[in-house]
Design a protein around this ligand. Structure first.
Ligand code: F0G
Length: 419
């Protein structure tokens, strides 16, 4: 596994054993003294570092969810709804079809606002309180905006969300709206929204809570901690591979950081680190392109398109953190068609697991990699499904069966059923 520096002597800038470090030049910064999202010197991405890295026995037995893992986070408690503690689902049909040793689905759609973003926000909004800002903002393909709006509401803070006009699923806009966010519909795609919100943040207009904010990823690390614990408790071993949909590559970066920290603390043998395997939609696949070409960066795709609107992203800001993670863990990245995504969404639903299209990309990608022989039959795999079916009711209706009109009496209904 690539030896990206994780800890070191605690720098003078640390607060309670926590500091920020640039992943490019190593410069360190105090964690909460001023607001910054990238390195002052070289503009590289920042990472949260700790003087002490926890091992399994350090996690709290008296709690469930994200804050069970406080020993791996910058605070003991956050602004919580609460979040995390999602279950691993059996999918016997898909397990048999793929012929894998074991297949489980970690359904992050079961978080309070219906996506994994809640894990990042419970930490991010806590940090915003520490830093002392009053307006929170994000660019979003939808789920981040829903989570920010809910956690901002819980934290009594003003929230501003920038969404690509016409490209956000109905459920997500409804959530952001009802939780009281101010919603700006931008004439542009997600990447344009993120450019603007970064400018607003740089001008001090708002505190940015996209996954460029390194504290968001700390919360999302807990997906990895839960997967490892749950799988080990069920199977007596860690999974060989985790397959996940990729947009801005924040989750990929978060899982890699989770695994590296556990290796460093001695909690996870290096050879047992699961292979991080990213899936993108064909019309929006800069990470796949970078992996296929061996690049250490992504090229921005200006025109992205997919029905999996959550991952309709052409400039994944966390690529410098995520690409080394995919490579160092022996993983890969693969692109899938919208048709394959829809089929996977339907197949998951047939097993009772209701997910939005982007989430189903993980299953579609797994299928492709099994067909190519990249994933082998002896593997134990966890697919991450990132958002709930109800997030995108239009996509669900399109993938599902048509309602049948019937008369308003039992005889008529019976005649229809027998007809
Ligand atoms: N799945 C869903 C359902 C998402 O909403 C997102 C990202 C991803 C996967 C990709 O995760 O960015 O960490 O690689 N949605 C963001 C948003 C961009 O604004 O809600 P990633």
């Amino acid at each position: 596994m690539a030896d990206l520096q994780l800890t070191g002597a605690e720098p003078a800038v640390a607060t309670d054993g926590v500091w920020l470090a640039c992943i490019e030049c190593g410069e360190t910064f105090p964690p909460f003294a001023d607001v910054r999202y990238t390195c002052d010197d070289c503009d590289g991405l920042l990472e949260v570092r700790y003087a002490d890295l926890p091992t399994w026995g350090d996690f709290r037995e008296d709690r469930r969810g994200v804050w069970r893992y406080a020993a791996a986070l910058p605070f003991e408690e956050g602004v919580s709804l609460p979040e995390g503690d999602t279950q691993l689902h059996d999918v016997p049909g898909l397990e048999a079809e793929t012929g894998l040793e074991r297949l489980r689905v970690k359904h992050e759609g079961m978080n309070p606002t219906g996506s994994f973003k809640d894990r990042g926000m419970t930490v991010g909004v806590r940090v915003a309180k520490e830093v002392g800002v009053d307006r929170l903002a994000c660019a979003s393909t939808g789920n981040t905006s829903a989570a920010l709006a809910a956690y901002g509401a819980r934290g009594n803070m003003e929230t501003l969300v920038l969404l690509p006009a016409g490209k956000v699923a109905a459920g997500k806009v409804a959530q952001a709206s009802l939780h009281g966010a101010r919603i700006l519909e931008v004439d542009g795609n997600f990447d344009t929204c993120l450019d603007i919100v970064q400018d607003l943040a740089a001008r001090g207009e708002a505190y940015l809570l996209n996954s460029l904010n390194p504290f968001r990823l700390e919360g999302q690390k807990t997906i990895g901690l839960e997967i490892l614990e749950q799988f080990r408790d069920e199977e007596g071993a860690y999974p060989d591979r985790v397959v996940l949909p990729v947009g801005n590559a924040g989750n990929t970066a978060a899982l890699y950081k989770c695994f590296r920290e556990l290796v460093r603390s001695g909690a996870l043998p290096e050879e047992e680190v699961p292979a991080l395997t990213g899936v993108q939609a064909e019309g929006s696949a800069p990470m796949v392109e970078a992996i296929e070409h061996g690049w250490d960066h992504t090229e921005r795709w200006e025109n992205v398109e997919t029905k999996a609107t959550a991952i309709r992203i052409g400039n994944p800001v966390n690529a410098p953190k995520a690409l080394p993670g995919i490579r160092a863990t022996g993983g890969t990245a693969v692109a899938v068609s919208d048709d394959a995504i829809q089929t996977a969404q339907r197949d998951l639903a047939e097993e009772g697991v209701g997910v939005e299209p982007a989430s189903a990309a993980s299953i579609a990608g797994l299928r492709t990699l099994r067909q190519r022989g990249v994933v082998t039959a002896d593997e134990r795999v966890v697919c991450l499904t990132t958002g709930h079916l109800l997030k995108d009711p239009d996509a669900a209706v399109e993938a599902g069966s048509e309602p049948e009109p019937v008369p308003g009496d039992t005889e008529g209904v019976l005649a229809h059923l027998q007809g």
